[in-house]
Design a protein around this ligand. Structure first.
Ligand code: C2E
Ligand code: MG
Ligand code: MG
Length: 740
């Protein structure tokens, strides 16, 4: 589900990225196109300006030459026509005039090619007679029949105009001038009047042929030009330079600039395609480069993704494959269970399993052998897996199984079979050693979907199975959960209870087996709630051990006992040594020795009145620290009592090395005294202790028979209900006084 959401997110991310890229590219093309269009217009403008300069230079040059000549003619005074014409003929060749002429006020002109014509009705005559230098629109030369432009200038004598001088200039010359190739021969130029009439057209093959009016030609060429013509007319009307795009087979730019002569406009034309080819080329190049970049990016992205996937796979292998057994890790197991939960078609059970004594396997046979055991466990569990089931290892010897079943008893049978197969492994040729697998079973119920909760339930059952110390498995029940909850509540309450002075010290007297006199006592902590209800140490001491709070409790008991002993000594009572329990958790912090010594010194009680009890199983966890602490305590002068002797693992081995003064025979031995083997064991232990000069106290003596038996075999001290139960301080004080 999460993966699906992730990939949807990824695809969405890519799509958004793609859309953004496309928008960016379109926007970029648009900007680029506009920029390039601007560039095109500028180029057109430049070409057009150059053309204008050429035309202006030509026409204005010719006109001013004419004006100069007319001034010369005027200065000649009453000179005859022939003389004037001679001068004109001499000049004519220097300019590109096709003919020149002179006429007086009567309008009868004498031309350089010998003609005499009446020009009195011509525009140029009238304008120049009115004193203006004039350039005519193109007209058809009456003599040559060619299209010409006429330049004219007045000839003045003083303030009065005595005639005019004129010259014809062939439109063809202007056309040739403008036909200079521009835009690689694609461009051409017209000169038109404001009303669209042509002044100079173009011979370019793609220009309007036989054009008389540009508007008409445009409209004839393409229907779309109607709109353009309006735009062009507006432009011409404004007298400002500008451009339009019109159509004559292809789209063309038309750049319009006022020429500054008459109402003429210079028009430069170039196909849109030609101008845009460059920009298209750039744009296409850009697309191409973008495409290449996109491909490169895609290739890099794919390579990165592949590498990531490879790394992920590697990580997953690390995360999912248990290096030691080659099986599933806890993470993989959880995933598998989650997957199966979604498709489960059968009833499912989760089983947590470990060995009761795996630490010992490592201790006795070494890590290599320990690893072999783990592989054997993994293989056995996997061999017993059916379709749809799976196995995983969470840590050390802790394995998990998912089993399918129809009936609960099937699971139990299979577990017993697995246990048997596990026990088939032989660890040593010389030593008989049997593995003890312990299982916790949780049968899933409908609605179970939280893998952590499911595993918690199976673990709870497994804890129960371990604590029970008998049987191979335990099945999770709601009662187990309730008990756990209760434990949790207790452990939460302990600290508060301590501050609330709810802990008190009870004393259980120990008696000399022969004289039956009080020989000592053991201090045992009790939790008396504010409502008077007692909480059993069997319940809260393990919890306090788990949290480490037990150290505080022990210290409290130790201080209470020191102070009580001192008080009783001061009262002159017949004080006997009192042993105080020391939790294994003290091994974590050897500093406690100095604190205990300081408490003892502060109380002023001699050290022989305080003894310390430590269970032998404590040594099993931290052997070296244990030995060192015991040495130190013993050197300080404390008597060391080995509590619960016989319940630990290396009981006999350790007796050699630990400075034990008293051995407390565990109740379980005492209980078995009437059994033949039990009796033999007790006797054996007794003998060994006596050989090592270690005194023996029997714990949990409840009956006269037990007492008699233990006395008969030389047990030194007796502790148990037979003589006395643990009791409050006042009661114990009375016992010391022999008052009860
Ligand atoms: P333990 O140190 O072995 O203490 C002896 C336990 O055996 C006491 O249980 C005592 O009441 C019980 N007992 C003595 N005689 C008999 C008998 O004849 N029959 C039966 N059935 N039981 C007998 P208690 O007081 O419930 O304490 C249980 C355990 O809690 C102790 O076992 C000890 O391991 C731990 N504990 C008690 N007080 C302290 C303490 O102050 N500090 C630490 N660290 N542990 C403590
Ligand atoms: Mg004890
Ligand atoms: Mg004990």
């Amino acid at each position: 589900m999460v993966r699906k959401r992730k990939s949807i997110f990824k695809v969405g991310y890519i799509v958004v990225l793609l859309i953004i890229s496309v928008i960016a590219l379109v926007w970029y093309s648009y900007v680029l196109k506009n920029e390039l269009r601007g560039l095109v217009r500028n180029t057109l403008k430049e070409v057009s300006n150059q053309n204008i300069l050429v035309v202006q230079k030509e026409i204005e040059g010719d006109l001013s030459a004419l004006v100069e000549i007319s001034e010369r003619v005027a200065s000649m005074g009453e000179t005859g026509e022939e003389e004037i014409l001679d001068i004109l003929r001499g000049i004519e060749e220097r300019y590109s005039f096709s003919r020149m002429g002179f006429c007086r006020e009567d309008g009868i002109a004498h031309t350089t090619d010998g003609d005499v014509v009446d020009i009195s009705d011509r525009e140029y005559f009238i304008n120049s007679m009115e004193g203006r230098n004039y350039v005519s629109d193109p007209i058809i030369d009456a003599i040559s029949g060619e299209e010409v432009i006429v330049f004219s200038a007045p000839v003045k004598s003083g303030d009065s105009i005595i005639g005019i001088l004129y010259a014809t200039y062939q439109v063809e010359s202007l056309r040739e001038m403008l036909a200079v190739s521009s835009f690689e021969g694609e461009g051409y130029t017209y000169i038109i009047e404001r009303d669209g009439d042509k002044v100079v057209d173009s011979t370019h093959p793609t220009s309007f042929q036989n054009m008389t009016n540009i508007f008409t030609s445009m409209k004839d060429a393409d229907g779309r030009n109607y709109q353009v013509v309006t735009e062009l007319q507006r432009l011409l009307g404004s007298g400002e330079p500008g451009y339009v795009i019109f159509y004559n087979k292809v789209g063309k730019y038309m750049y319009v600039t006022p020429l500054g002569i008459n109402d003429w406009f210079l028009i430069d034309v170039v196909p849109v395609d030609f101008m845009e080819n460059t920009s298209n080329y750039i744009i296409h190049r850009t697309y191409f480069v973008c495409g290449i970049l996109a491909i490169v990016c895609a290739v890099i992205a794919i390579a990165i993704l592949r590498e990531e996937r490879r790394k992920k796979q590697k990580m997953q292998d690390l995360l999912y494959v248990d290096e030691l057994t080659g099986g599933n890790t806890l993470a993989k197991f959880k995933k598998e269970v989650e997957r199966r939960l979604q498709i489960h078609y059968k009833k499912l059970a989760v089983v947590v399993m470990d060995l009761d004594d795996f630490k010992l396997v490592n201790e006795l046979f070494g890590f290599e052998e320990g690893n072999r055991v783990l592989r054997h466990l993994s293989k056995t569990l996997q061999d017993n897996c059916m379709e749809g089931e799976c196995v995983g290892r969470s840590m050390a010897d802790r394995f998990l199984m998912l089993l399918c079943y129809d009936e609960e008893k099937e699971v139990k049978q299979r577990i017993l079979k697995i246990a048997e197969e596990i026990q088939e492994l032989r660890l040593s040729q010389t030593m008989e050693y049997i593995l003890h697998p312990v299982f916790g079973i949780y049968y899933m119920i409908t609605g179970d979907d939280d893998i952590e909760e499911i595993l918690d339930c199976a673990s709870l059952a497994h804890n129960m199975a371990k604590q029970a110390k008998s049987g191979v498995y335990k099945v999770y029940t709601n009662e187990i959960k309730e008990k756990e909850l209760q434990k949790k509540q207790l452990s939460d309450q302990i600290e508060y209870a301590y501050q609330n002075h709810e802990f008190v010290v009870y004393y259980q007297p120990k008696y000399d087996s022969r004289t039956k006199k009080l020989a000592g006592a053991e201090a045992l902590v009790r939790w008396r709630r504010s409502d008077g209800q007692m909480v059993s140490p069997g319940l809260f001491v393990p919890l306090a051990e788990e949290s480490g709070f037990v150290c505080k409790l022990d210290e409290y008991v130790f201080r209470e006992v020191c102070q009580a002993q001192k008080r009783w000594l001061d009262q002159g009572l017949e004080v006997v040594p009192i042993s105080v329990n020391l939790s294994r958790r003290h091994l974590d912090n050897p500093e406690f020795i100095r604190e205990y010594k300081a408490i003892l010194d502060a109380s002023g009680v001699p050290i022989e009145y305080i003894q310390l009890e430590i269970t032998e199983s404590a040594m099993f966890e931290k052997k070296d620290e244990f030995l060192q602490i015991m040495e130190e305590l013993h050197n300080l002068g404390f008597m060391i009592l080995m509590d619960d002797f016989g319940t630990g693992y290396s009981s006999l081995m350790m007796l050699k090395s630990i400075p034990i003064d008293v051995m407390k025979l565990d109740k379980s031995f005492v209980d078995d005294y009437d059994d033949e083997r039990g009796e033999q064991i007790i006797r054996c232990v007794m003998r060994m202790a006596q050989d090592l000069r270690i005194a023996i106290t029997a714990e949990g003596v409840e009956t006269e028979e037990q007492y008699k038996f233990l006395t008969s075999i030389g047990c030194d001290t007796i502790q148990g209900y037979y003589f006395a139960r643990p009791m409050p301080e006042e009661e114990y004080e009375m016992r010391m006084n022999n008052k009860i």
